[in-house]
Structure formats: structure tokens, C-alpha cells
Design a protein around this ligand. Structure first.
Ligand SMILES: Cc1cc2nc3c(=O)[nH]c(=O)nc-3n(C[C@H](O)[C@H](O)[C@H](O)COP(=O)(O)O)c2cc1C
Length: 255
């Protein structure tokens, strides 16, 4: 069996944890040590310097979160290898994995393997509930091991990733999560927001719709469970995604 890599850079954005979980399972098959680089972290962006990078990003409306894509554009992957993954909530990943692979290749990396992985839908958690499950965990570790073998063999296969160029348009968001009466203005939501969309003004939590991408990080982070989507937005999304509650979608591996 191929010896695991000593250390890799793990670039991820995971507002509610599913993407990070899927990436860490893949890392288990690939490497002994993981240098984590959270693309959602505010402040200066410090790339890693390991020879192999794992990228894991969530799918939002069939695309990648644009701010995270911009950070990947800043990397220099010349002479480095990468493993790529998008994580989505059962509906579809559309152009997201193609977009990620284009970004990573344009940055100079050679790609040893890619995956489109299912996790719980962060707006309607009954969709993809319990994912990644035990079977997913096994598949993700195995995917990491196969990617490791490709890296060891210097084999960078033709991956035939589905999707279209130009990619589908990014949605124009006008909604944001809101605070209920349970809000204690503790500020956890402010710190959780990668886009800096939330602030405290005149003792009120204010959310700016322009930068907000409805990623649900603030909703997941709130210790009082006082951040929610406006009722019509939540109800509309529930109605749209409800048929997916019955669907078990398999992960896809391109390796
Ligand atoms: C704003 C938004 C848009 C989403 N768009 C899609 C989508 O187009 N297709 C899909 O299957 N899941 C979609 N999802 C579900 C997420 O991709 C999925 O829950 C993912 O696991 C979120 O990553 P996280 O768990 O790291 O936060 C969307 C979620 C959010 C919050």
C-alpha cells in the first residue's frame, strides 16, 4: 500500500460543517497531517506551502461561493498536485465542480481526482439528513487513498467533469437571515460571517443583504438558535426541496 503523504494543505469553506467533514474524511485516506486553511476566515489570506492541496467547497445554486473562488485565484499551484471536491445537498451540483477544477488548474495545480459529495442540505436539513453516513465515510476515505495512488504514480487522469461553460449565472440575493426575540446581541453571528455582512448598530444586529450569500453560517453558529430565515423564504425553500427528502443520491468520484 502507498505510504500516506506527510502533510497536505486543506482549503475549505464550510458554513455549517458538512463540507469540512467530507474533506477531512478524504484527507484521512491521503495524508498523515492536515494544514487547514479556512477560506471563510476573515483577515489576510495565507496560502499553504505543501506539495499537495485538497479543495472542498459547498455548492450554492449550482456554483461555487464567489468570494472563495476569488481566493483560489490567488494561489500558485505550479508543480503542485490537487484533489478537488464539491459538497451539495442532493439537488444538483451543476457547474460547481467544473468551475472548481478550472480554477485549480488555472492556478497551476495538476488534479489527481475529484468528487461530488452529498451532505445534509443546510437550508432544509431533512434533505440529505444524516449524510455523510457510514457508507459515505468509507467511500470518502477510499477516494483519498485512490487519489494518493494517482499522486504517487504521477497519474493525472482525464476527469470528464459534468457542467457547462459559461457557468450558470450567480443568483441575485435580496434576503438575509433575521434575528428572533431570543437574540441576546452576543455577536457570535457577526464573527461567523465570512462576508462581513453582519454588524451591531445602535444595539441592533443589522444584516446587509448585498454581501450576504445566505450561507447559513450565522444560523448554525447562533448559541440561542435566534437566527432564522424569514418565514416565506424558509417555507418557499422547503416547498421547492421537499420532494428531495425521499431521494438517496450517490456520491460521484472522478478518479
Ligand atoms: C444558499 C445555498 C444554496 C445552495 N444551493 C444548492 C444547490 O444548488 N444544489 C444542492 O444540491 N445543494 C445546495 N445547497 C446545499 C449545500 O450545498 C449543502 O448543504 C452543503 O453541505 C453546505 O455546506 P456546509 O455543510 O459545509 O455548510 C445550498 C445551500 C445554501 C445555503
Amino acid at each position: 500500500m502507498t505510504e500516506k503523504l506527510e502533510k497536505i494543505d486543506f482549503y475549505y469553506y464550510s458554513p455549517t460543517g458538512g463540507t469540512k467533514k467530507a474533506g477531512m474524511l478524504t484527507a484521512e485516506g491521503l495524508t498523515e497531517l492536515v494544514y487547514r486553511i479556512d477560506l471563510g476566515q476573515k483577515g489576510p489570506f495565507e496560502p499553504g506551502d505543501n506539495a499537495t492541496a485538497l479543495f472542498a467547497l459547498p455548492v450554492f445554486s449550482g456554483r461555487l461561493p464567489a468570494f472563495a473562488a476569488e481566493k483560489i485565484k490567488q494561489l500558485d499551484g505550479t508543480g503542485k498536485t490537487a484533489v478537488t471536491m464539491v459538497v451539495y445537498g442532493v439537488r444538483a451540483y451543476e457547474d460547481a465542480l467544473l468551475e472548481l477544477n478550472d480554477l485549480v488548474r488555472n492556478a497551476g495545480f495538476k488534479i489527481a481526482g475529484s468528487a461530488a459529495v452529498i451532505a445534509r442540505h443546510s437550508i432544509v436539513p431533512e434533505v440529505g439528513a444524516g449524510r455523510p453516513n457510514e457508507q459515505d465515510k468509507k467511500e470518502l476515505v477510499e477516494f483519498g487513498q485512490k487519489a494518493l495512488q494517482n499522486i504517487d504514480d504521477k497519474h493525472y487522469p482525464e476527469l470528464n467533469i459534468p457542467g457547462n461553460r459559461p457557468y450558470k449565472d450567480l443568483p441575485n440575493n435580496t434576503n438575509t437571515p433575521i434575528c428572533t426575540d431570543e437574540c441576546t446581541k452576543c455577536g457570535v453571528c457577526i464573527n461567523s460571517c465570512a462576508l462581513g455582512a453582519i454588524s451591531l448598530q445602535n444595539k441592533e444586529i443589522i444584516t446587509d443583504a448585498e454581501p450576504c450569500i445566505l450561507c447559513m453560517a450565522c444560523v448554525a453558529a447562533c448559541p440561542m438558535k435566534a437566527r432564522i430565515l424569514p418565514e416565506p423564504v424558509q417555507a418557499g425553500t422547503n416547498a421547492k426541496l421537499s420532494p428531495l427528502k425521499e431521494i438517496y443520491r450517490e456520491n460521484e468520484f472522478f478518479i
